[in-house]
Ligand binder design. Structure first.
Ligand SMILES: NC(=O)c1ccc[n+]([C@@H]2O[C@H](COP(=O)([O-])OP(=O)(O)OC[C@H]3O[C@@H](n4cnc5c(N)ncnc54)[C@H](O)[C@@H]3O)[C@@H](O)[C@H]2O)c1
Length: 348
């Protein structure tokens, strides 16, 4: 986008800003860019937590506004876009939990595909200067555990789960609005994030909070399956780089190169929290459980000069400490999540 002067004020709509990455992004952006204003458009599903942003309202009240709205509802989206006169839309809003997608796939396609297209259409009509879409490594499908391959931005999309497929569909809609309507879009496809404010349904916060309470952790039988891990603030810095320096119409992979298996993460958490192996509980894999993803992120590193700043060991320790220090945030959520990880088969 345009180069920033000290006095340039950018108006931004962040969708899904009450969720994990969106709330970290709003905090990152308002702390860093003191003139900019953000409207957070979020439907507040079970994953959207206004309390993630309490400090933002207190510290940046003048520059931050929350609007409860559903991205898949044009009648709700259009007035927000019109009244905010946004230069930039950053679309985080999504149904994001693979396990929930197995029991309720329809809501994933509605929000992730129709919701994204609804935002694109409103952005096109109002002439938004940049639409940045947050996507995932999971659109590319999975890799053999012993493969030497990586997914580049040119890799074909081969989604395997309803979540992956709905994110792939959204990416296709974003690309179509660039090619067909010349809407200035960018997409970032990121690997697994971890950090503060992640809903305790996802691996690291689920296991950390269970272990803090001495509750067994549900490990899928395919516990050698691996993920590539990036601290959420490194993801925010990558999005910033793409928004400011990325080329319209381009996709950028965002990866750390740090792979850990579920078994390795479990061991690290057990050791860090001083807990015994008795708290490991193996459960059936969820259907369509991807084995491995690894991104080739040379493009964002060489073209935009981004690279991760947080080490995995340091970031994980900090994250564990955050959950230890904030039980009032996560404890009420432990019973609210709509799906259980041992829902696929008999526990052993
Ligand atoms: N968490 C990860 O590891 C990861 C990795 C790569 C990409 N992503 C992508 O990043 C984005 C954010 O992920 P997250 O982990 O913060 O998710 P999250 O589930 O924590 O937050 C999603 C947010 O979207 C909101 N939302 C859901 N449906 C909506 C709708 N119809 N209208 C408006 N708001 C709605 C929710 O209320 C919530 O605040 C998603 O697009 C996800 O696909 C996540």
């Amino acid at each position: 986008m345009r180069r920033r002067g000290d006095t340039f004020k950018m108006k931004i709509i962040v969708t899904g800003g009450a969720g994990f990455i969106g709330s970290n992004f709003i905090r990152y952006w308002l702390d860093r860019y003191s003139n900019d204003e953000i409207v957070n458009l979020d439907a507040l599903t079970y994953a959207g937590r206004p309390e993630n942003l309490t400090d933002i309202s207190e510290r940046h009240g003048q520059r931050y506004r929350f609007v409860q709205a559903d991205i898949a509802d044009e009648a709700q989206v259009t007035p927000v876009l019109e009244s905010s006169r946004a230069d930039l839309i950053v679309n985080f809003a999504a149904e994001s939990h693979n396990s929930l997608a197995i029991v309720a796939p329809g809501r994933f396609f509605r929000t992730n595909v129709i919701g994204t297209q609804t935002l694109l259409e409103a952005s096109r009509r109002l002439g938004v200067a940049r639409f940045h879409h947050i996507s995932t490594c999971e659109v590319y499908g999975d890799l053999d555990l012993d493969s030497s391959d990586m997914f580049s931005e040119e890799s074909p999309y081969r989604p395997r789960t309803p979540y992956n497929a709905s994110k792939a569909g959204a990416d296709m809609a974003v690309r179509a609005y660039f090619e067909t309507f010349s809407l200035p879009v960018t997409i970032s496809n990121c690997c697994n994030n971890y950090g503060p404010y992640q809903y305790p349904e996802k691996l690291i916060p689920l296991f950390t909070t269970n272990l803090l309470d001495n509750i067994p952790v549900p490990i899928y039988r395919q516990s050698q399956n691996r993920r590539e891990w990036l601290h959420v603030l490194d993801h925010c810095r990558a999005i910033d780089a793409v928004i400011r320096r990325g080329r319209a119409g381009e996709t950028y992979n965002v990866g750390s190169g740090i792979e850990k298996s579920v078994e390795e993460i479990t061991e690290l958490l057990l050791r860090a929290l001083g807990k015994s192996d008795n708290l490991k509980r193996y459960v059936e894999d969820r259907p369509g459980h991807d084995r491995r993803y690894l991104l080739d992120s040379r493009k964002i590193r060489s073209e935009l000069g981004w690279s991760p700043e947080v080490t995995f060991e340091g970031g994980l320790q900090e994250t564990i400490e955050w959950y230890r220090a904030n039980p009032a945030w996560w404890r009420p959520l432990k019973t609210e999540g709509p799906v259980r990880e041992d829902a696929w088969g008999k526990r052993t």
